[in-house]
Design a protein around this ligand. Sequence first.
Ligand code: SF4
Length: 285
Amino acid sequence: MKQANNRKKPEWLKIALPAGKNAASVLGIIRANNLHTICTSGRCPNQGECWGRGTATFMIGGDTCTRACRFCNVKHGRPEPLDPSEPERVARSAREMNLKHVVLTSVDRDDLPDLGAAHWANVIREVKKENPAATMEALVPDFQGRKELLQAVIEEAPDVISHNLETVRRLSREIRGGKATWETSLSVLRQVAASGLVPKTGIMVGLGETRQEVLETITEARAAGCRVITIGQYLQPSARNVAVKEYIPPATFEEYRLAALAAGYRHVESSPLARSSYHAEKHAR
Ligand code: SF4
């Protein structure tokens, strides 16, 4: 299948999106509760496997982001006000889907005085109340580096708090835009590490980075206290997003996986189809 940037996809990236009863029932619950999931909006190749394993990723804070990262397909612009019923809707859906592991992520809400931190805490608290047996990961925004806002999420004690560096230091500004900075993201990971919760990060490759830069990123994130890292192939979601520069072969992902394990990470997901929530239930153990 030709990519928007006319780069032919290699065999190892050819996948079939999920079908069958389980996928349909999960989709039904998501739609019935008017929820946003990165699984569907990101056309994630691992939907079937994750849903089958009792893991799903909910996007909170609405469907419109105040930022415009060049790799992301989420709508950008002026968001609607937060929906106070969202915590209850997410919690109920997780229960109806019988999820064993809940991943929460959000659009950035730079438009709100607390950047959405209180809403984050409410959703975590409600999901935990309705799903006491489930583990949870919070894939948080950078809260513009404001420690008191991240602390509000830390105090709800999700098992894992992740924040994605997304790419290597040199490409950070070009790929993520000006609002997100490398240093701010590292400070988020350091604060999580200091809290005793499990810090996790993720990057995409195939955006023009060098092998050496990826190895340096693995080391730098580990030095910031990260214990889990995901490394996956960037895939261009639409023609308006940045183009794929390179399809990284599986052997290189294996090299990155071994380098990350040698650096002391507890969990490493490094493969062409790895995404930040891939096998996430393992990272909470
Ligand atoms: S902040 Fe997150 S949701 Fe917003 S554009 Fe960037 S990646 Fe997408």
